[in-house]
Design a protein around this ligand. Structure first.
Ligand code: NAI
Length: 284
């Protein structure tokens, strides 16, 4: 096995099922000590117990790996502190954090309650912030860290009924963009995965034939690469059914209207201003 994680400690949130589970299993198979976090609730975030996390820990141990379970909610600050405390007590360091935990509260914006918006922001955005904040001093101190955010095509491109989820999923990309700059001097690299996979989250959204080709284990190799020593930083990796690609914000040259910057001039030049034919990511 070329890429291994011997001596590394990884926290994977929401790893009691779906994508988090396959990320946790692969990291453990490659030698990482894994903390399997999962609230174990329903898809809308209600209920919960640590059984889901414990079952994945049992799977890892049965395959000869090392893991512990944690049942905290990522949107509970005290729970996240406990998660990191348990990790430090059991394994003494944190090298990898995969912010994967997530829920859905889909509704058209017209019908969406503001509470459905707030709870999605709490789990996806603040959950990622709390976990990242709790490991940041540890990673800075040891001059090593690999963090993966979980974004979504719904955030990057939009999806009907997911105004809350899309906003949250794009927010974690903005979070990553600044952390990649602030973490660089301490060798902390931070990336985002935009997956498509057959999990309980998507089982009613896609036909069975399609789901069969979209196992979460086909996304995991990309995520595990983003956790490795040679990981890039600040990349949005798209992964679906074993196909991997990168998404980025691009911009064009634009049009200089400084001689007469009027509303009419913007209207007149709109075709050129909005032409993305030769657009590129911004050079740093
Ligand atoms: P899933 O529902 O199978 O897994 C999510 C896990 O997170 C569950 O085990 C759940 O118990 C756990 N969880 C939920 N809230 C939590 C909390 N507050 N604290 C701790 N754990 C919590 O769904 P899936 O598909 O594996 O989703 C994983 C991530 O991937 C999510 O962030 C999701 O938004 C994202 N995603 C999934 C896509 C897909 O096609 N399956 C597409 C794009 C993004």
């Amino acid at each position: 096995m070329g890429i291994d994680f011997k001596g590394k400690v990884a926290i994977v949130t929401g790893a009691g099922g779906g994508l988090g589970r396959t990320h946790a299993l692969e990291l453990a198979k490659r030698g990482a000590k894994v903390v399997v976090n999962d609230l174990g609730g329903a898809m809308d975030g209600s209920g919960g117990n640590s059984k889901a996390a414990e079952a994945v820990v049992a799977e890892i141990k049965a395959a000869g790996g090392e893991a512990i379970a944690n049942g905290s909610s990522v949107s509970d600050r005290k729970g996240v502190d406990l998660l990191v405390k348990q990790t430090m007590e059991a394994f003494g360091r944190v090298d990898i954090l995969i912010n994967n935990a997530g829920i859905l509260r889909d509704k058209s914006f017209k019908k969406m309650e503001l509470d459905d918006f707030a709870v999605i922001m709490d789990v996806h955005v603040m959950g990622s912030v709390y976990c990242t904040k709790a490991v940041w001093p540890i990673m800075s101190e040891q001059n090593y860290g690999r963090i993966v955010m979980t974004t979504s095509p719904s955030g990057l491109y939009g999806n009907f009924g997911q105004a809350n989820y899309g906003a949250a999923k794009m927010a974690v990309v903005g979070f990553m963009n600044t952390l990649k700059i602030e973490g660089a001097k301490n060798n902390i690299r931070i990336n985002a995965i935009a997956p498509v996979a057959a999990t309980r989250m998507t089982e009613n959204l896609m036909p069975q034939q399609m789901l069969e080709k979209l196992g979460p284990e086909l996304v995991t190799p990309g995520v595990v690469y983003l956790c490795s020593e040679d990981a890039p930083s600040g990349t949005v990796l798209q992964a679906m059914g074993g196909r991997f690609s990168v998404a980025a914000v691009v911009e064009n040259q634009g049009v200089d209207l400084s001689a007469t910057p009027t509303v009419e001039k913007v209207a007149e030049n709109w075709a050129a201003i909005s032409d993305l034919t030769n657009a590129k990511p911004r050079a740093r």
